[in-house]
Design a protein around this ligand. Sequence first.
Ligand code: B1M
Length: 238
Amino acid sequence: MVSPSIPPSRVGTIAVFPEGTKEGEGMDTLEAIVENLKEGQVSKVRELTQVALGEGVSAGDILDKGLIGGMTVVGKLFKENEIFLPEVMLAAQAMDAGMQVLEPLLLKSGGQRVKGKIALGTVAGDVHSIGKNLVMVVLRGSGFEVTDLGVNTPPQKFVDAARNGAQIIGMSALLTTTMQNMKIVMEALEEAGLKERVKTMIGGCIVTQEYADFIGADGYAPDAGSAIDKAKELLDLT
Ligand code: B1M
């Protein structure tokens, strides 16, 4: 799984994998991250993330092809009932461990500072935090001031954030049963007379542009990178 975008000299089969690491012949570091994330090997994923950085693989590639790649496989196996919640939870911890290694680098890579206050939370009833945290890290890395409203966030907390100066209210949802709570937040903002004063942005693997249009959200972003562009667009910073 060597990506054509990464020079082969930078991603080869590494000579030494952390002890006990799941590896196979010809397995490169990113592939080993995917495998170990799938297996919920928290410390191995942390170590392999460091190994990949040592090999010169960019934090973005480790994130996309290793950590998110692994989590995508986990999602598929979960959907097909090949693995169950405890395994998914371990995989999520492994992803977190890798992200902790990458976070300082993702924060640094932002470049030019842009001004803008964003409050970001996963909506009520939903405890999925990984995507929301990732979006938060890259937005901070791009110079936005981001307040983390956490997971299972009640509508009032979004309203309070808007009242306290957030220019963008960001909502994340990963469940078809909780995405409707985004609409409830929109209604709560409207009722509080704040809807015209703030911009709203939504995302999460089950959310679409059509749904954003349906609930009257100002923006939708399919991934963390697009969330930066969308936030800049919403605040006329492009
Ligand atoms: Co759950 N889960 N889960 N889960 N889980 C999904 C979402 C699911 C698709 C799995 C599946 O069936 N294939 C499915 C939802 C199906 C549906 O509703 N259509 C599901 C289910 C059913 C459940 C439970 C109901 C299972 C159960 O209890 N029987 C339960 C619900 C708990 C609850 O919230 N009340 C549950 C629980 C869990 C865990 C706790 C075990 C764990 C979460 C741990 C954690 O987050 N700390 C978990 C996980 C890990 C997943 C999968 C496997 C991975 C999610 C993830 O972290 N992806 C997921 C399957 C999948 O997505 N393939 C699944 C990686 C992350 C980087 O991507 O979050 O999509 P994502 O974020 C992306 C974009 O979506 C976007 O940018 C991010 C970065 O690129 N984005 C935004 C996200 N938010 C954004 C906001 C923005 C802009 C962009 O602007 C504001």
